[in-house]
Design a protein around this ligand. Structure first.
Ligand SMILES: Nc1nc2c(ncn2[C@@H]2O[C@H](COP(=O)(O)OP(=O)(O)OP(=O)(O)O)[C@@H](O)[C@H]2O)c(=O)[nH]1
Ligand SMILES: [Mg+2]
Length: 671
């Protein structure tokens, strides 16, 4: 249990790409700190952090591991996040709330998608960072190239080596401190400059005397880390236990304390870290098969006590806490209270979900919503067994509440439940959890494409609907013109106009005609898709004083519309997605070639963090299979973002196929 002043507490998050060694580092930190007597291992399935069966099977994290250990006269509370981009939705809330990011990068693999995401989110709130270049023992470790890329990304005067590798790869035998002029002369003076620059008094003294005392260095170093003018780089190897003690000392000596003013991503208001009012942030909310709902809270200020009543600011609701517990991976230990920087678990909160804020009073500060990437893996999902649709919906909703990158949407147009997520690894986990936790078997299919139809020319038709043989008769005649029309921003995707003069169609029937257009345009002649970007003009017609009715005018409208549509050069439109594809340069040829086969269009390149970034457009029909293709093309080192851009005409060859398929389906429906 923690036994130190709040100033000696350190709250941090281990972030970075999959396989960088975050979990291995977490296990080593726990062991060196004395929190565990045997060092856990990812490879042997004994990691304290990756304790879940799915994580042990993958040998890779899925959920943030929540851990703590004493270190010297301080105490660390930290989260070990998953680096696989599929699970970024679970990693980001931890990154959002920690006081420090320890960015772990493998010296051999270098910057990966997970590194880019972590850095992007650290930059959003100017989050204090320490970089740990791990795996310096690895055969293909390349420290210099990596440092260079990091300096390009974070700044040459900010991203500075403090603990340098002594030897590399097979000959990696230790680390050298840049604080020691003799040990690392080249790295010493840039580091000292940055340390001194953060504080005017130190700067004066450094300029006059050319040196600072260890105590002064510590003050300057801490200040520089907190303000984001220094991102110190530590080198090491978790496997060889080299450089980790130096890293842990740096965290204790130089990282912000919970009482410091660490920048938060607030949209409005402030949070006073030194206040005695309780403010706590929910960075993880999971349903444990045994314990039910568990909320993981990071205390920002005040002291959280067991059995207290708090206010949930977002939900405007009271929340009563029961026992509060400290997590060490899966082990939970009951505590009476938790102060700033600490992380605790509370069970079964009634009104509180992910990223909610709890306070002893209503908390007025509001966080900027986390920018989760748009999901790119999209499937239509249904229950294998009839009658289990509700069970499926509930199971999916539970998982979506835990991870905002899991999105469920009922597509009223295609009548499919659409499940979107970040990749096939996440998809597999979702399906497994549906099976194991929710006891429902899910079936996945490629979703239907929401095609659109429009017209290329003007078409005109009239139709008389007449049934006057006995009984109550029906009569209506509609003359209609369809014109291409591009709606302005915010306008509906079609227009209706009435140009009837002289009362050939009485005013009271015009709304029926307008309604008729609204209905018939939902199923166009080519593919039964919605017709858009047109103007329907009723310009003439006939009526019968007794036999005309709204129904009769609607029927006549349907026919007139379809006939006019046939004259108006109808064409098929498909959704075009804009893609931003990130990948290491060596895959450029493969990626461009593949885009060609997908009817894709390359718009341009702009490199980011040493990665190539290609902007492209691809029809949605060709984008569904892209996540898997990109993963196999790049050995998991590529990722992409995708969003809807516009509708565009389908090329004739493709359109013919779609029309044939739609016609066949219509025949089937009739049978
Ligand atoms: N050679 C070598 N291997 C290491 C080192 N650190 C970690 N590893 C190995 O690298 C693999 C991945 O380590 P993890 O700790 O699971 O990586 P991670 O960053 O947690 O990955 P995710 O959980 O997928 O984000 C494991 O097999 C580790 O044993 C190191 O310094 N040197
Ligand atoms: Mg891990």
């Amino acid at each position: 249990m923690k036994n130190c002043a709040p100033e000696k507490i350190r709250n941090f998050v281990l972030a970075g790409h999959a396989g960088a060694g975050k979990t291995a580092l977490a296990d080593l930190i726990l062991f060196k700190g004395g929190a565990v007597s045997r060092q856990g291992s990812v490879d042997n399935g004994t990691s304290v952090s990756d304790y879940r069966k799915e994580e042990q099977a993958r040998k890779s994290s899925i959920y943030p591991g929540v851990l703590h250990t004493a270190w010297k006269d301080g105490h660390f509370f930290f989260m070990d996040t998953p680096g696989t981009t599929d699970f970024v939705g679970r990693a980001l809330p931890s990154i959002e709330i920690a006081d420090l990011m320890v960015l772990v990068i493998d010296a051999a693999a270098g910057i990966g998608p997970g590194t880019i995401t972590a850095l992007k989110h650290a930059k959003i709130r100017n989050m204090p960072r320490i970089v740990f270049i791990n795996g310096c023992d690895r055969d293909s470790a390349d420290y210099d190239t990596l440092l260079d890329l990091l300096q390009q990304s974070m700044g040459k005067t900010k991203c500075l080596p403090v603990s340098l590798p002594d030897g590399i790869r097979g000959s990696f035998k230790g680390v050298l401190s840049a604080l020691d002029e003799k040990a690392a002369p080249d790295a010493h003076s840039p580091l000292m400059d940055t340390i001194a620059e953060g504080d005017e008094e130190l700067m004066m003294k450094y300029m006059e005397e050319g040196a600072l005392t260890p105590e002064e260095i510590k003050i300057g170093f801490r200040k520089a880390v907190l303000s984001g003018s220094l991102y110190p780089v530590y080198a090491g190897s978790v496997a060889k236990d080299i450089g980790v003690q130096e890293l842990m000392d740096a965290i204790l000596d130089f990282a912000p304390a919970p009482t410091d003013d660490v920048p938060l991503n607030l949209a409005s208001g402030t949070i006073d870290r030194k206040s005695s009012d309780v403010v706590a942030y929910v960075f993880q909310s999971v349903i444990d098969p045994h314990m039910g709902q568990l909320s993981f809270l990071r205390v920002l200020s005040g002291t959280l006590t067991a059995n207290s009543e708090l206010v949930n600011a977002q939900k405007q609701a009271k929340e009563r806490l029961g026992t509060i517990q400290l997590a060490q991976g899966k082990d939970l230990a009951t505590v009476d209270a938790a102060g700033p920087g600490e992380i605790v678990v509370v069970a079964k909160l009634k009104n509180t979900g992910l990223t909610d804020i709890l306070g002893s009073k209503q908390v007025e500060a509001v966080f900027t919503p986390i920018e989760y990437p748009q999901p790119t893996t999209i499937f239509a999902v249904s229950a294998a067994a009839k009658g289990e649709e509700d069970k499926l919906a509930q199971g999916l909703a539970k998982q979506a509440a835990e991870d905002p990158t899991i999105q469920i949407r009922l597509d009223t147009e295609t009548k499919q439940t659409v499940l979107s997520c970040m990749g096939d690894q996440q998809l597999k986990l979702i399906v497994n959890r549906l099976k194991n936790d929710s006891k429902v078997e899910a079936v996945l299919e490629t979703p239907r494409i929401p095609y659109r139809e429009t017209i290329n020319g003007v078409g005109q038709a009239s139709y008389r609907h007449k049934k006057q043989n006995g009984g109550h008769g029906q009569f209506a005649e509609v003359h209609m013109r369809l014109e291409p029309y591009t709606p302005a921003e915010g306008e509906t995707d079609y227009q209706f106009a009435n140009e009837v003069v002289g009362g050939n169609v009485p005013k009271n029937f015009i709304p029926a005609i307008e309604k008729g257009v609204g209905e018939v345009r939902l199923s166009g002649p080519l593919s039964h898709s919605k017709v858009i970007n047109f103007k329907a003009v009723v310009f003439d017609g006939k009526y019968h004083p007794v036999d005309s009715s709204e129904m009769a005018f609607k029927i006549a409208t349907r026919h007139a519309f379809r006939d006019a549509m046939a004259q108006a050069k109808p064409m098929l439109l498909e959704p075009i997605m804009s893609l931003r594809i990130y990948f290491p340069t060596e895959y450029q040829g493969a990626i461009s070639g593949d885009l060609n086969t997908r009817r894709g269009r390359v718009l341009g390149m702009d490199p980011e963090e040493g990665f190539q970034v290609l902007n492209a457009e691809v029809p949605l029909a060709e984008a569904y299979s892209y996540p898997t293709a990109l993963r196999s093309m790049t050995q998991g080192r590529g990722f992409f973002e995708m969003k809807f851009d516009r509708y565009e005409q389908v090329p004739k060859m493709v359109a013919d196929k779609i029309q044939a398929a739609a016609a066949a389906e219509a025949d089937n429906d009739e049978e």
